[in-house]
Design a protein around this ligand. Structure first.
Ligand SMILES: Cc1cc2nc3c(=O)[nH]c(=O)nc-3n(C[C@H](O)[C@H](O)[C@H](O)COP(=O)(O)O)c2cc1C
Length: 218
């Protein structure tokens, strides 16, 4: 079996990701990242080029360490402004068939119950083309914005992440049986309640007792 190479386009919903300053080039299009046409064009181009996926980086916060100020990052568009990566996905999915979407989400500032719903929703709307780049945050400025004072240390963030993932997997895989949704118009049964169960989790960081809000996606 020959090895297959996987090719992803690497981008971010910002004027520049790791190509700082390139937005100033007259032929650079990424300054239009705040328009729907930018994303539909990108997705169609990437699919035509047979890429496997479009990967969207994300960072919560503004870089403000250099010169003890956010001014340089803001003036030069070093990942600022950064728009929410998720809404670009349905735009891209609507004009493509096969390409996948890897979206970065910082779980530190999310609730598992709600983030699980967002991924399930997008997995439906993309017909099973979603992936999650799981990160825990890198910037104090983001932690301060989210009301956490500052970034907690690495091992603590990863311990929280471990538990977060346990909960979202339980919601995705353990709450609705694959055959729960029947949509039977005759019996007026949309979903069989005996095939849906509540997830109870009482851990160090998360405490919930919930039925996942979305039926199983691909
Ligand atoms: C391919 C790749 C993409 C990454 N993208 C992001 C990103 O979009 N946002 C982010 O906050 N961190 C991103 N990271 C950094 C990781 O969150 C993490 O901090 C880094 O891999 C160091 O690993 P560690 O935290 O386990 O030490 C990325 C890392 C890699 C290797």
């Amino acid at each position: 079996m020959p090895k297959e190479i996987r090719l992803n386009a690497f981008h971010m919903n910002a004027p520049s990701h790791t190509w700082a300053g390139l937005w100033a080039h007259p032929n650079d299009a990424s300054i239009r990242h705040d328009t729907p046409e930018y994303w539909t064009h990108l997705a169609k181009t990437a699919e035509r080029g047979l890429l496997d996926a479009i990967f969207l980086a994300d960072v919560i916060g503004v870089y403000d360490v250099y010169g003890n100020s956010p001014d340089t990052a803001i003036r030069t568009a070093a990942q600022a402004p950064t728009l929410d990566p998720f809404p670009a996905v349905p735009l891209m999915a609507a004009v493509t068939e096969n390409i996948g979407f890897g979206v970065t989400a910082t779980l530190t500032y999310e609730r598992p119950y709600l983030l699980a719903r967002r991924f399930s929703t997008l997995d439906h709307l993309t017909r099973g083309r979603m992936a999650w780049n799981i990160v825990t945050g890198i910037l104090d400025s983001g932690a301060r914005g989210a009301g956490q004072g500052g970034l907690t240390d690495h091992d603590q963030r990863y311990a929280v992440a471990e538990e977060f993932l346990k909960v979202v997997y339980a919601l995705w895989e353990g709450s609705w049986a694959d055959d729960a949704l029947v949509r039977d118009r005759q019996t007026r049964t949309y979903t069989r309640p005996d095939r849906v169960r509540r997830i109870s989790h009482h851990g160090a960081h998360y405490d919930l007792d919930a039925i996942h809000l979305v039926h199983p996606s691909r």
